[in-house]
Design a protein around this ligand. Structure first.
Ligand code: IVH
Length: 685
């Protein structure tokens, strides 16, 4: 008895210490998150931070019962969603009326005084904030914990994007109260703007260009697109940010000014824009708005105006709202930043899949803080529609866009020497006839060198085979000199081919040779990604590598087999089948193999965990008692198993819950192993 007591007591002490240790680690991580993401002033290196996270992950793994939803390890949870749920906003998310001049701002000030019965000579205090050009969201906290978040939608109903919002490190999963003066309310709804910093936008677009994927037109579209991704693991990689600017519904709070609200939010650990200012009257507001019009290009995020809010919350109540917008707030919108310059030439680019696009080559001009010498012309129809000619003076603009665009032509500046640009009938690189694909032109020649260059660049790029030093300039030279015709040729390059190239010494040449050699051992997911199959980016490549154990098994898969894989739809399946059916592709794959490139899943593949489950195919039917369908699927996938939607003779196991469907009969007929819930649990554990 005593012994048993001792054991239990010791166990209790152990759990306590581990629990405490876990809590301590979480607090430390939250503290460093705050230093890094809110104060921009990290105290420890990324490496040290990762060590803390790893230690916490390790402790939580050995004590899964101690995992809580607000743990910093729980930002990227589960599996991709199939669609977003809809959330009703408890308080509608209204929009804001716009103004464009001092006059309109003064009218706004007068209107408010009139409506609130305030003497027109008295001053009203305003809080002036930057108008962040992003996506509005609402965040719902209960007892200090982040429980839900949604987009604005139509103002009354939005999409539940909680899983994506949880990946944003600036959003605390648990509100802080550092000075303990401010009690955390039991319910608090916070409104704010999600945005993508310009640098991050640039990085994302560079990656997309490298991967041959369409680029985002501006940071707002990129932020919106990222927030609406169904797979939070991808969202997590894109580093969205947020500025909190208001509260929505709340309980148990006593606040008198908007400024107090912002201070409270800041205290809770949310980022509030540092350039927010309290102005004592409308004249000061106007001055502050004008100051920022000149300064906004200094910021690392897009700002399309200023938001002016009455400071007194009592006045908010008195003023109320129209059906469209509250009466106590207005925005002062900036004109998009524009400049005039000469269009010197129209260049033509050929993408990895043969898309041909025009690009304007400009006399360099300063625009919104950066020198611009190229601008997108989108497509050839646009050149025609805007009547853009080579030699024209054009207006270029960055309207929330990082990539400038040609807005219009100054026809009055024409001298008669301008040249009308004709859509090319042939590919500028290989001279083969091009055809129309919607508004785009496309070169269909599989041997086109321009496409080959893009494909080889992509093959060697960071997300694909990651061959260090094998950048666009090197590929350009190697293709032009005839050393490379396709990406498999990389593995047949000789030291002498490299060493004589421009800007290449013996050291660089041997580094490249070494990097090429090293890339032969990349795992299957990278190789699949590198092949450049249409509609197969690195995430889909990962899904495929998780399912097939070698490139050969993938190459031999039928459309039906591919479609059975979770996350692979008919369009992607068709692209894959088409790709491997092509004789040219098959030759290249043989060449890759002969060149020594690994085409099999390596033993280290991260998903091979549970040997009883790994590589086996599962179908689920009926309702399980202990697991939801999503949970059961996640368990199988995380253990390296494959999920199939229908039973065939290749199915390894049918997991049967209550009220099974016809799948059970089929499985019996085909002699497929049948697992009840207990047997499934035993196997999975
Ligand atoms: S306040 C009821 N403050 O601008 C007032 N909005 O054009 C709620 N926005 O939907 C909005 N920065 O997405 C507010 N500092 C700021 C803002 C801001 C950007 C966005 C917000 C809103 C849109 C209206």
């Amino acid at each position: 008895m005593a012994g048993e007591f001792c054991c239990n007591y010791a166990a209790l002490c152990m759990t306590l210490t581990i629990k405490e240790k876990i809590e301590q680690l979480r607090d430390t991580i939250r503290y460093h998150d705050r230093r890094y993401y809110l104060e921009n002033n990290p105290e420890i290196t990324d490496y040290e931070y990762d060590q803390l996270i790893q230690e916490l992950q390790h402790l939580e793994k050995t004590h899964p019962d101690l995992i809580t939803a607000d743990s910093p390890t729980q930002r990227v949870g589960g599996e991709p969603l199939t669609q977003f749920a809809t959330i009703d906003h408890k308080i509608p998310m209204l929009s804001i009326d716009n103004t464009y001049s001092d006059k309109e701002l003064k009218e706004f000030d007068q209107r408010i005084k009139r409506m609130a019965g305030i003497d027109t000579h008295r001053d009203i205090e305003y809080v002036v904030e930057l108008k962040i050009d992003g996506v509005a969201v609402t965040l719902w906290f209960e007892k200090g914990l982040f429980v839900r978040g949604a987009t604005r939608g139509d103002g009354f109903k939005g999409d539940d994007v909680t899983a994506n919002l949880r990946t944003i490190r600036q959003i605390p999963l648990k509100l802080e109260s550092p000075d303990r003066r401010q009690k955390i309310p039991s319910v608090l709804e916070i409104r704010g703007e999600i945005y993508l910093p310009n640098k991050e936008f640039q990085r994302l677009n560079d990656d997309r260009e490298e991967a041959g994927e369409p680029q985002f037109a501006n940071p707002r579209n990129a932020a919106a697109g990222t927030l609406k991704l169904l797979d939070p693991r991808i969202t997590a990689k894109r580093r969205l940010c947020i500025f909190a600017y208001a509260i929505g519904y709340f309980e148990e709070l006593e606040l008198t000014t908007h400024r107090d609200c912002l201070e409270m939010l800041r205290g809770f650990g949310l980022p509030v824009n540092p350039h927010t200012r309290l102005c004592e009257n409308i004249e000061k507001v106007i001055q502050y708005c004008k100051d920022w019009d000149k300064r906004r290009s200094e910021l690392d995020y897009m700002v399309d105006g200023m938001v002016i809010k009455v400071n007194s919350l009592a006045l908010h109540g008195r003023l109320g709202a129209t059906s469209k917008a509250p009466r106590w707030v207005i925005s002062y919108k900036y004109q998009p930043e524009q400049a005039i310059t000469k269009l010197e030439e129209i260049d033509i680019q050929v993408g990895k899949t043969g898309t041909i696009t025009p690009v304007a080559n400009l006399t360099p001009v300063l625009l919104a803080g950066t020198t611009v010498s190229r601008a997108t012309l989108h497509n050839f129809e646009e050149i025609c529609r805007k009547d853009i000619r080579v030699g024209d003076y054009v207006v270029v603009q960055k309207a929330g866009e990082i990539i400038p665009q040609v807005v219009s032509v100054l026809k009055e500046k024409r001298t008669g020497k301008e040249r009308i640009f004709h859509e090319p009938a042939t590919c500028p690189e290989c001279k083969s006839t091009v055809s129309k694909d919607g508004v785009y032109l496309r070169c269909h020649n599989p041997l086109c060198l321009s496409q080959a260059k893009r494909r080889i660049q992509y093959f060697a790029s960071r997300h694909a085979m990651d061959i260090e030093g094998f950048g666009p300039a090197l590929v350009e030279q190697l293709v032009d000199k005839g050393f490379l015709k396709d990406y498999a040729d990389i593995y047949y390059l000789k030291f002498d081919d490299l060493v004589n190239l421009e800007r290449m010494g013996e050291k660089s040449a041997s580094n490249v040779m070494h990097a090429v050699e090293e890339s032969k051992n990349r795992d299957l997911d990278r190789l699949i990604c590198a092949l450049g199959i249409s509609n197969v980016g690195f995430h889909t490549a990962e899904v495929l590598a998780n399912h097939f154990d070698s490139l050969d098994t993938l190459a031999n898969a039928t459309q039906e087999e591919l479609e059975e894989i979770y996350e692979i739809g008919p369009v992607v399946a068709e692209s894959i089948v088409d790709f491997f059916r092509n004789e040219h592709t098959r030759d290249i794959i043989e060449k890759l193999k002969a060149g020594g490139v690994n085409t099999k899943k390596l033993v280290s593949q991260k998903f091979v965990k549970n040997p009883k489950v790994a590589g086996k195919s599962f179908v689920i039917t009926g309702t399980l008692q202990k697991y939801s369908r999503d949970e059961a699927e996640a368990l199988i996938k995380n253990s390296g198993g494959r999920l199939i939607s229908s039973v065939s003779k290749k199915t390894d196991y049918l997991v049967v819950g209550e009220d099974p469907g016809s799948k059970l009969d089929k499985a019996r007929e085909l002699n497929v192993h049948i697992l009840d819930e207990e047997a499934f649990e035993k196997m999975i554990k």
